[in-house]
Structures are given as C-alpha cells and as structure tokens.
Design a protein around this ligand. Structure first.
Ligand code: SAH
Ligand code: SF4
Ligand code: F3S
Length: 465
C-alpha cells in the first residue's frame, strides 16, 4: 500500500516485555498512535495480533530467556505477514537497540526496528515504511533529551501514574546489558517533571511513581549554562509539594546513590510511600566487587538499618542474582544470611544469564547452571516463608489504602494498595461507605493471602485525608 497518510481506523497490537521503563514506553507509543491529533488518523488498540494491521513487540534483553521470547513470538507472526503482506511488524525497545540492523537481516518479514531512544518518532517511521515500502532501522543514540521525547501525556491508570525522570544507565555492572540498550544517563529538567505532575494531579492523579533505571542518580543538565543544585532529594521535595498528589513512589534506586539525605526524607515527608525497592544483587563482598556495584554488604545494611529506623514498618524489596561467575557455596551462604538479616517483603531473584558484550560474559569461572538453579530454588523457598511471615504480621493492623477501583475477581469489591505496596481487597458498593477511586482510606486488615490482603473499613469509617 502506497500512501502518505495512515488510513483509519487501523488496529495496533502491542506486547510488552521487561521493566517499568518499557511499560511506560509502550504507553507513550500507544498514546502517539491512538491520538488523532497527532497526524492523519489514529490507530485503535486491539488485543488480537492476528487481526491487527500493526504488530509491535516492545522487547527486553536483560536475560537471554527474555530475548529468545521475542524470536519465538516473531515466528508465530510469520504466517500473518504471508497471509496479509500489508501488516507491519515492528520490534521496539531493548532487543531492537541491541541488535539493530542484524534483526532485519535475521527476520526477513520484519518491517521496523525502533530502539529505546527513537520511540517518540514512531509515527514518522511508520509513514516512511508505508511510503517507500522500505524497512526501517532507528537506533541512533543521543546525549540529550529531545524536545518532543516526553511531550506525550503520561497514561493515567485510575488514580495512579508513572513519570519518567531520567533515562539510561552509566553504571555498567559487569553482568548487565542495560547500559548498552538504554544508553547514557540523561535526566529531564525538574521544571518539566513538576509541570507534568501538576497536570496529572489536575486530572485526578493521587499517586505518582517516578521512574528511571537509576532514579536516585537523577542529575539534570545545566540550563542556559547554569548548573542547578538539583539532585534526587531536591526533586522529591518538589514532587511531594504538588497539591493533590498524596503518595509518591520511585523505582529503581541504586544503593550507592541512596544518600542519608534521601533516607531522611522517608521520615519527614508523609507523602513518600512506606516502601523501597533497593536491589542488592548479592550478599558477598567479593561478588559485589566483581559485579562492580560500588558498595559493600556493610554499607548496604547500614542504609537498610537507617531506613528501618526513620520509617518503621517500611516494606523493602530487592533483586538478587544467583550463579554469578565464580559464586561459591560460601558466597551463596552470604546472600542467604543477608536475606535473613534484612527480611525483605518481596524479592525478585534471577539465575545469572551471560549477556553479549558485558564483562562478566567473558569471566572464565561460569557456574554450572544446575548448581545455580538449585541455589535459586533454595533462595526462593526461604523468601516465600519470609514474605508470608511479613504479610501475616499485618493482620489486625490499620493501614492507609489508596482506592484504585473495582476488584478484578469480584465487581462488588474494591481494590487498592497500601503505602507498603500491598494489594488489598475490601467491600465495595452496599458496604454503607461511599468510597471512590482516588480516596485514601484506612482499613483494618483481617485476612492475609499469598498475593493480597483483605480489609474492612475501620470502626470509625474514616477517610485518612
Ligand atoms: N537498574 C536496576 C535494575 C535493572 S535490571 C538496578 O540497578 O538494580 C533488573 C534486574 O535484572 C537487576 O537488578 C538484576 O538483578 C537482573 N539482571 C540484570 N542483568 C542480569 C543478568 N545478566 N542475569 C540475570 N539477572 C540480571
Ligand atoms: Fe544494570 Fe547495574 Fe545499570 Fe542497574 S545499575 S541497570 S543492574 S548496569
Ligand atoms: Fe529489559 Fe530493557 Fe528494562 S533490557 S529490564 S526492558 S531496560
């Protein structure tokens, strides 16, 4: 089909893998494509790839398994392209950034490869494909944030929204591909972030999550030649001061950038949620050094202790890699000791996966995958017990909950999240209380399940705010 315009209404299907950055990117891509003010005609979203006119896979390459999933999905979509050659298939995100042109060579029926820093150009790239019937690769990297990169309104999910404040990573941990797929660290200007949050608040958003691969190494560029004295703590203070925003989260924080100043804010700023994801990766100093993480176990635990002190009841979560090259039984025992000491509410643990181009992939002491699997099992089993014990301790407590909407399982029930980031279901219509999404309420926790809590209105039926 040759046309200078995108015909209406075409259907777009998108599948998203990976982290919070990718889901936010997908939301923004969809906003661009479905908004009719953005060019001639808009797409409508479909959940069925086999009837779509545009198939988008927003990909992750953090572990080999995630990357392989993309190739197997593309294989499934090959018959669609044979049957309907006008269908456009595109790979977006981290695998696109990492593989670039190689992807087009490997997958002859692929039309577009759009890397992590070119997603805001999706419409223009689509038009190029349609006009010239050409295959397009857009993986250029930039050291600054483009003017139109974040102008698309953030998707509002009930009373919650995610706001990117920086992109990229400069840490180059020995195992990690992210610095290669997301490029160098660049922060958005604080004025733009605050303007976006004020706008979100005016649309009814009550909870904002600031996102970035290293959210707390936020450092905005100099404007007009003047370097502002702005760091993550300063930004956070501005965010909590926005009227209408009642709860603020941020993810992902790097332990080395988790300053005492930032920790202190958990004690003084009521709107900062009672939870923090602080990936430790290992409990062994030897491995932390090989990984290039920039902190010791002692330094990490010092920060954890301080967090618990300034914010009693804070829910902590973390990422751990088992089977990193050279990991001995002793190293693994140190990791087990660390999880006993911290008692995380939630833990994301992974078997080490060698990634092309990273330092650790060249280390010659790779761990037997069977040994790594066994260690992962042991770690996950113990963590399940700890998580259950931590949840159980919430029974009988009164917790502040942001009401999000109807519960998925039962339309007469409502669902929300506690400040410590746990899902709570509770009575909805007919309960005698008039509660709507966006309200902050206090609930008495009556039951605890593996993935959620159950609550009832407190005897006073009081709203918190
Ligand atoms: N920026 C964040 C996390 C980025 S990736 C941070 O620094 O913590 C998310 C998680 O994937 C990492 O925390 C790590 O636990 C895991 N991960 C990254 N590379 C990996 C690899 N090669 N093999 C296994 N897990 C990996
Ligand atoms: Fe990867 Fe390390 Fe950067 Fe996190 S800090 S994204 S683990 S390189
Ligand atoms: Fe994956 Fe890219 Fe995120 S590699 S974890 S989607 S930054």
């Amino acid at each position: 089909m040759k046309s200078t315009e995108i015909s209406v209404p075409e259907r777009v299907y998108i599948e998203t893998f990976g982290c919070q950055m990718n889901s936010n990117d997908s939301d923004r891509v969809l906003s661009i494509l479905t908004s009719s003010c953005n060019g001639p005609g808009g797409y409508v979203k479909t959940g069925d790839p086999f009837s779509a006119d545009l198939i988008l896979l927003n990909t992750c390459s953090v572990r080999d398994k995630a990357e392989q999933k993309v190739y197997s999905l593309l294989g499934r979509f090959k018959p669609v392209k044979i049957e309907r050659p006008s269908v456009i298939i595109a790979v977006l995100g981290c695998v696109a950034q990492q593989q670039g042109l190689k992807l087009l060579k490997r997958i002859p029926y692929l039309d577009m490869v759009v890397g992590t820093q070119n997603l805001h150009r999706i419409r223009e790239l689509l038009i190029a494909v349609k006009n010239g019937s050409e295959r397009v690769v857009a993986v250029e990297e930039s050291l600054t944030i483009g003017e139109d990169e974040y102008t698309v309104p953030t998707k509002v999910d009930g009373p919650k929204a995610f706001v990117p404040i920086m992109r990229g990573c400069d840490n180059f941990c020995a195992y990690c591909i992210v610095p290669y797929t997301r490029g160098r660290e660049v922060s958005r200007a604080a004025v733009d972030i605050i303007a976006e949050i004020k706008e979100l608040a005016s649309r009814g958003v009550k909870e904002v999550t600031l996102i970035g691969q290293n959210v707390n190494s936020y450092a905005p560029p100099a404007t007009g030649g003047v370097k502002l004295n702005e760091n993550f703590s300063a930004l956070l203070k501005e965010v909590v001061a926005v009227d209408g925003v009642n709860r603020v989260r941020f993810v992902t924080s790097h332990p080395k950038d988790t300053s005492e100043e930032l920790i202190a804010l958990f004690g003084t700023e009521r709107k900062i949620a009672t939870s923090l994801h602080l990936p430790v990766q290992s409990g062994s100093n030897r491995l932390l050094k090989l990984m290039g993480r920039g902190y010791t176990v002692k330094e990490y635990l010092g920060k954890i202790d301080l967090l618990k002190e300034v914010k009693p009841g804070i829910a902590l979560s973390s990422d751990i890699i088992v089977g990193f090259p050279g990991e001995t039984d002793e190293d693994f025992s140190s990791t087990m000791a660390l999880i006993e000491r911290v008692r995380y509410d939630n833990l994301f643990s992974f078997k080490y996966s060698p990634r092309p181009g990273t330092r650790a992939a060249l280390f010659d002491s790779q761990v037997d995958p069977a040994v790594a699997s066994k260690r992962l099992q042991i770690l996950q089993k113990r963590q399940r017990q700890i998580s259950a014990e931590k949840s159980e301790a919430l029974k009988g407590r009164y917790l502040e909950v942001l009401v999000e909407g109807a519960s998925k399982g039962d339309k007469n029930e409502l669902t929300g999240r506690t400040a410590c980031n746990k899902v709570v279901n509770f009575p909805g219509s007919g309960s005698g209380f008039n509660v709507v999404p966006g309200d902050m309420i206090e609930l008495l926790i009556t039951d605890v399940y593996p993935n959620s809590l159950r609550g009832v209105y407190n005897e006073r039926g009081l709203l918190c705010s």
